[in-house]
Write a protein of this length. Structure first.
Length: 276
């Protein structure tokens, strides 16, 4: 037998052993939830729509008043603590200005102002460190830096979530400040970016809150919700149910990692509720 023929036989045997090892059932630690995955085209369309709406923002007295109050709120957020009376008075003024703008120019004007605020936020966020920010930029950012860190969207000032997630977190903040529902005006992919991050990457948050977010993520068409729900069962102390769900997913999809995750769920040492 030639030397090359012998090498080929050795390679084939090694490949066979490796293949058998990879396909053999083996428990895998089941603590890593699916990552947030967003459709690229839908994400691009959502951002382009915001950019188009931002270009339609009105420069009327009502809009200018509302914008000034919003920036005042941001500056107060960035320099806590502030008096509760001050907060209540500003919120009442924002409510009146919000109603005045809506009454005169309708919902599109509010949508344009929100889109413009999000674009400004992303510009300020992209400028980097807090040092050297002027009064306007401080008002734009407000307390968002701490919020992004709290929810793991940014780490040490560096954005680690999809940019759309940062945008929709700010959009939700804008809605809240203006007494609107948190996710009002969100496109389906924006709902996925918001609820999906809270569910899949909300490390350290209460498990019931993450489970509620997962339901909203699923309803918005999010990816990976069945696997995440099975892993939430494990975090909640239900390993048998988790393993059963993962096993059913394996039967439906034929993905070996799901089979190994199911085995891992049965062998897992349970973590405190909330998990990774």
């Amino acid at each position: 037998m030639s030397e090359s023929g012998l090498k080929l036989i050795v390679w084939l045997v090694a490949a066979g052993v490796a293949g058998a090892t990879l396909t053999a059932p083996q428990p895998v630690d089941p603590w890593e939830l699916p990552s947030l995955v967003l459709d690229r085209a839908a994400t691009s369309d959502a951002i382009k729509l915001d950019e188009a709406l931002a270009g339609e923002v009105l420069e009327t007295p009502e809009a200018q008043t509302l914008r000034a109050l919003f920036l005042d709120h941001g500056r107060a957020e960035a320099n806590p603590p502030y008096e509760r009376v001050e907060f209540d008075e500003r919120q009442a003024a924002i409510h009146r200005a919000n109603e005045a703008l809506f009454a005169k120019h309708g919902a599109p004007a509010l949508g344009a102002m929100r889109a413009s605020a999000v674009d400004e936020f992303m510009r300020v966020l992209g400028d980097g460190a807090h040092e050297g920010r002027d009064d306007y930029e401080t008002g734009v950012l407000g307390g968002m830096g701490a919020i992004l860190e709290q929810y793991g969207v940014a780490r040490d000032g560096v954005l680690v979530a999809p940019p759309l997630t940062a945008r929709v977190f700010y959009k939700a903040r804008w809605n809240s400040i203006h007494r609107r529902p948190f996710v009002e005006g969100f496109a389906p992919v924006e709902l996925q970016a918001y609820w999906g991050w809270l569910a899949l990457h909300g490390w350290g948050k209460a498990l019931d809150e993450r489970e509620d977010a997962l339901v909203s993520f699923r309803d918005a068409g999010g990816f990976g919700t069945q696997e995440a729900a099975a892993l939430f069962d494990l975090l909640a102390g239900r390993p048998e149910r988790s393993a059963t769900s993962l096993g059913a997913l394996y039967e439906a999809r034929g993905e070996l990692r799901l089979r190994n995750l199911a085995l891992g769920a049965l062998h897992a040492t349970l973590l405190p509720a909330g998990g990774p």
